[in-house]
Design a binder for this molecule. Structure first.
Ligand code: NDP
Length: 403
């Protein structure tokens, strides 16, 4: 077998070092997802589920497996700017493993610098940080670990909706600051019950959000390119909208759950925000670039939006002066919803499964494929559109300069 060089870009270890112990002793074992798709099925894993795998020292638990086959594994968090380790390692890389949380932007320029590159593997879901058009043109296979963290994100969305509507974060802050300011907390706090809640896309995450919200006695809406089966619409009492415009006009809460691709880039701009109900809440755990950065900040400042929450930004990491750090009524976190320890165990196992297939000459599961044989394939053909959504990603280097 030909020896391969694998470049894996992961986020840094915790500032106090790689954990020596964990808050919990185990995580539940999930064998299949709600639609029946099986969870990753590698032949073996060399990690303990529940450990931190997504940071540099965790190395997705791949070290001994790749070492035993004689491959070279380079793991780094240094990903931005022309002199980054990522850039310097690309020239002879066969495989790049990246993830959406601390994305190694695989732009056309970088793909051109990597003549041997054959596989770009996303440890997670969402391969918009890869220039898919360039990958198609260069015949680089792009794959992601479909479903590995969709439920993780759905749980996060529900948390963020409740957090915004009930005004949780500012109320928590009053306690931390030594106060007991009930009126200050209550003056922006509402019940979710009977509100109109809509999702942009009802794929794996969107549908899971709808299912989780059903018991809150809200009215549920969705818009998607493909309609859900009638029995699902009926079971959840869903109202389908042919366009995002028609949906946002009636919703108190909107959650975004579509991939970022040229069709969805900057979907939430001033024009769309103007059509929303005054005081609506917007939750975006899909991708930062689906929203127009400055339009969101303006809408919070002038009251068109009552709150905005999410964990996705553009670029990532965002520079210190990114307006979403300081705009009013936001509930932003770093990109974490899909990288709980539970999710990491699944995407690390999924990466191992794909690599086993790759090295053993077996096909990668169709549901993991985004680009194959020079065109959109598998899940990619269903959910993405051709083109590139990485434009502007070089801005991520500003974080390093300002940190
Ligand atoms: P799915 O592929 O299951 O769902 C995506 C859905 O988006 C599909 O139903 C697709 O429609 C729909 N869609 C695509 N384009 C449009 C459009 N223009 N308008 C309306 N709907 C559209 O993926 P998941 O639900 O698992 O994940 C969705 C996204 O969430 C990922 O692509 C990723 O960007 C993000 N994500 C974020 C994470 C985080 O940690 N914050 C973790 C995981 C995912 P159809 O297939 O019917 O054409």
């Amino acid at each position: 077998m030909k020896m391969a060089k694998i470049v894996c870009v992961l986020y840094d270890d915790p500032i106090d070092g790689y954990p020596q112990s964990y808050a919990r002793d185990s995580i539940p074992k999930i064998r299949s997802y709600p639609d029946g798709q099986t969870a990753p099925t590698p032949k073996a894993i060399d990690f303990i589920p529940g450990q931190l795998l997504g940071s540099v020292s965790g190395a997705l638990g791949l070290g001994s497996y790749l070492g035993s086959l004689g491959h070279t594994l380079v793991v780094t968090s240094d990903k931005d700017g022309e002199n980054s380790r990522f850039d310097r390692e690309l020239h002879d890389a066969d495989i790049v493993i990246s993830q959406p949380f601390w994305p190694a932007y695989l732009t056309a320029e970088r793909i051109a610098k990597a003549p041997k590159l054959k596989l770009a593997l996303t440890a997670g879901i969402g391969s918009d940080h890869v220039d898919l058009q360039a990958a198609m043109e260069r015949n680089v296979t792009v794959a992601e670990i479909t479903y590995c963290n969709s439920i993780s994100v759905a749980e996060h969305v529900v948390m963020m909706i409740l957090g915004l509507v009930r005004n949780y974060i500012p109320s928590y802050q009053w306690v931390v600051n030594g106060g007991w300011n009930i009126a200050d907390c209550a003056a922006r706090s509402y019940d979710l019950e009977c509100m109109e809640v809509g999702t942009v896309a009802a794929g794996r995450i969107g549908l899971a959000v709808l299912r989780r919200l059903k018991p809150f006695d809200v009215k549920l809406h969705y818009t998607d390119r493909h309609r859900l089966p009638p029995e699902v619409e009926q079971e959840l009492g869903l109202i389908w909208h042919p366009s995002v415009d028609s949906m946002v006009r009636v919703c108190d809460v909107v959650t975004i759950n579509c991939p970022l691709h040229p069709e969805t880039e900057h979907m939430f701009d001033d024009a769309l925000l103007d059509k929303m109900k005054r005081g609506a809440y917007l939750i975006n755990t899909a991708r930062g670039k689906i929203c127009d950065r400055d339009a969101i900040a303006r809408a919070l400042e002038d009251g068109r939006l009552s709150g905005y929450a999410g964990d996705v930004w553009f670029p990532q990491p965002p520079p210190q002066d990114h307006p979403w750090r300081s705009m009013p009524h936001h509930g932003m976190t770093p990109h974490i919803s899909g990288t709980s320890l539970s999710a990491q165990a699944r995407y690390a196992a999924g990466v191992r499964e794909v690599l086993e297939c790759w090295f053993e000459g077996r096909p990668i599961r169709d549901e993991y494929l985004v680009v194959n044989n020079g065109k959109l394939a598998g899940v990619g053909a269903h959910s993405y559109s051709a083109g590139d959504a990485t434009g502007g990603s070089e801005e991520a280097a500003k974080y390093k300069l300002s940190a």
